[in-house]
Every structure is written in C-alpha cells, then in structure tokens.
Ligand binder design. Structure first.
Ligand code: SAM
Length: 259
C-alpha cells in the first residue's frame, strides 16, 4: 500500500506568531517534517512538534545554505518519503518567496501539494507602521516590487511603475540597491520630498519605523544602521503614519528571534 504524501507550502507571515493563519498553525503542529527559511521566527518554530524533523534551508542575500535547485530537489525527495511535509516560508510563499518555483518542481514530479497563503511583509509592515497602503485621495493603487535581482544581476526598475504619484510603492529587499532605487525614483519624476518609510523587523518586538523622504532615505538607513529584513514604503500615504501610529514594540513582552 503506498502512503499518501502531501507537501504544504505554508506562509508563516512576517514574524509575529499571532499573524499565522489557523490553517498554517494546524499544519505546523501536525507535520512530520518542516523545511524552513531564515525569516521564520523562533516563536513559530517552537510550534513544531518534537517528533518532527526540522530542515533549515535559510538564505541570506549572498549566503545560501542550499541553492534553490537543491531545495526544489529536496522537496521532491521528501514528497516521496514523508507524509506531511510543511515547507515554511516567511510572509507569503508566492510573493518574492520563490514558492512558485517550488510548486512547479512538485507539480512536474507529480507530488501532491497545497499552498497556504501568509500575510506578506508589505501588508504587515504597513499595518504595524500605521500606513494604509491605499487611501482615498492619496493613493489609488499599490505596487510590490523587489529591489534585488536574482544572482545579483543589475537591477532594472520600470520608470512607469515608479512615476505615478498616486501609487504607493512597497520595495522588498531594497537596502543593497538603495542608491540606485533613489536615483531611479527621482529620474522617474517622484519629487525628492515624497514621504518614505523604512520598517525594520516589522511586527516584532524589535520593529523600528523611520519616517523620512526619498531624498533622505540613504542617510536615514546609514544614521539608524538599518539592517535586513527591512521594507521601504514610498508615497503620500506615509504622511499618515504619525497620526496612525498604534504599535508600541517596546511595550511587547515577547522578544522574537530569527533562526
Ligand atoms: C525574500 S523576501 C520574502 C518575502 C516574503 N515571501 C513575504 O511575502 O513577505 C525577504 C524580504 O522581505 C522583507 N521582509 C520580510 N519580513 C520582514 C519584516 N518582518 N520586516 C521588514 N521586512 C521584511 C524584507 O525586505 C526582506 O528582505
């Protein structure tokens, strides 16, 4: 009799364990194997049962434990051997998480899988910084873009995507290429005094939110020694942050740590 296996590609959300979906929590607690990334918080890893195997495949920008190809192969292999494998990824698996590539590898090898969406960092950082990503009269749309290209290829940002003053721009992985991002934004016509926010370690007890402008972004990152993970939010809606600030990380008892 062949065993029924399934791989669950699960979004772990941005860090705060209370932002896990009920489905994600149930799957983590009943997994026999969990394959996880760098940006999954310790509190969420603590939900994994002692009986389950844990496989760390974390990636920093330039340090890869396993290549994406190796991770895909590992998942296919586990899908043939284990019954309930949770592939746990920060945020949402299908937003800058390479979940699509993993799902394709599984589909092409006839391994059954499900995708469990998570709260992506853009939404979570904006909400915890008091920045509505759309707001009547200020922003009628929002774009999620990456500031980092695969294999450190040169970053090419679409000027049309950057120029619309009524679009909020949320930039993942933007720190390394910040000087170019700022240059491209200004060249695309965004005024240098456009409000900009940096949200570091969003939703955790160590969240820092810096409100500045496009012109001052680089200086702010250096002055506050901002490190990854950090999200950049650009647009008029950032001007609401001061009035809508509600999250007081220093008042949180929990200390979230990343693996
Ligand atoms: C490889 S992407 C993964 C995105 C993830 N799949 C998601 O949906 O949020 C990693 C980037 O997401 C952003 N990020 C993830 N978690 C974050 C957090 N808690 N605070 C700020 N930025 C975060 C950072 O820009 C980080 O470099």
């Amino acid at each position: 009799m062949s065993i029924q296996t399934k791989i669950y590609l699960v979004g772990a959300g941005p860090g705060d364990p209370d932002l896990l979906t009920v489905k994600a929590q149930r799957l983590i607690q009943t997994a026999d194997t969990v394959v996880y990334d760098r940006l999954v918080s310790r509190e969420i890893l603590d939900l994994i049962p002692d009986s389950a195997s844990r496989v760390y495949v974390g990636k920093a920008t330039s340090r890869h434990t396993l290549s994406q190809k190796e991770i895909n192969a590992l998942l296919v292999d586990l899908g043939r051997k284990r019954q309930r494998v949770v592939r746990l990824k920060g945020g949402d698996p299908f937003i800058f998480g390479r979940g699509g590539e993993e799902a394709l590898a599984l589909a092409r090898n006839d391994i059954p899988f499900e995708v469990v969406p998570g709260i992506t960092a853009a939404q979570a950082c904006a909400a915890y910084a008091g920045i509505p990503l759309t707001h009547r009269g200020l922003a009628r749309g929002v774009q999620f873009v990456t500031g980092h290209c695969k294999d450190n290829e040169a970053l090419v940002l679409d000027p049309a995507a950057l120029s619309d003053p009524e679009q909020t721009l949320v930039i993942y992985m933007g720190l390394a290429n910040l000087p170019q991002i700022v240059r491209d934004l200004v060249q695309a016509g965004r005024p240098g005094d456009t409000p900009a926010a940096i949200v570091e370690r969003g939703t955790t007890s160590r969240q820092r939110t810096i409100i500045t402008t496009i012109d001052e972004l680089q200086h702010a990152v250096e002055q506050h020694t901002i490190a990854s993970p950090a999200m950049l939010i650009i647009g008029s809606v950032v001007s609401l942050a001061e009035e809508l600030e509600w999250f007081m990380p220093w008042a949180q008892e929990m200390e979230l740590k990343y693996a």
